[in-house]
Design a protein around this ligand. Sequence first.
Ligand code: CA
Length: 312
Amino acid sequence: MDYLKAAGKAVFNDQFVTKADVLLHSAETANHSIGLIGVPLSKSSISHSGASFSPTVIRRMLQSFTTYCSSSEIDLVNSLITDFGDVVMHATDITESQSRIKSTIEKILIDHQPNHMIILGGDHSISFPSIAAFSKQSKVGVIQFDAHHDLRNLDDGGPTNGTPFRSLIEGNYIEGKNLVQIGIRDFMNSKAYSDYAKEKGVKVFTVQDVQTKSIELIVKEAIDYLSREVDMIYLSVDVDVLDQAFAPGCPAIGPGGLDSATLLKAIEIVSSCSLVKAIDIVEIDPTIDFRDMTSKMAAYIILTFLKNVGKN
Ligand code: CA
């Protein structure tokens, strides 16, 4: 009898359990309707960040979950994903790295025409080139889960994880009125950027709005509005929208955020909309995480996203 197993594989296997990492297939051997790409850029972070390590860890965390969704009795075993690998970043040049991200995603959209894309950051700066790539083909609306507006000026530090949505608006890749921000927190932004959001028509829902109106109503309102305005919806998930208790691996942790169940409920509702074609998950630094809690949240978000987009 052979007692050897491949290195890195689970020690215990239950013949009736399928782990979610089996959904990932290399682009060299597969072309499924759902694509995934890693974007390991975090030199653009205002504060210290090892978010460039997270695409690899998030992929690995899929091993922590099964493919079966108990509440809906759906098995995701056929929701196969083409893994395109990671974009190779320039060692020092942020603008060059952003250019590589944009051109790589544009090429995937043309060559493979995936129905849905999952983009793993990296810090939030990657949403600028990623969304810009989609805007070449479609009129894009964005639902952004975030504690921050990310509408900082570019004069003080160039393109950083504080500027992606300003760059998208100023570059005419998206219209301000087609950006919906959910989870904005007190004492984490400035009046200048709140005013800029109002001036550009950005729809802002604070964490207090989520508490008083409910996440269901807010997300449905966002979908109903964007569905009248755009061709596709891009979902951008900065894990700092979560309370620090739920995202210890996020560089910009803070109190007063959403709990993980609320964010997952939002992802579930949003991903059931047929216009939602892409999701990015950003701002996870595995080097400061605790027991990979935050990367596991990202893996769970991927599975929640898959649960509904598979029906579209
Ligand atoms: Ca952000």
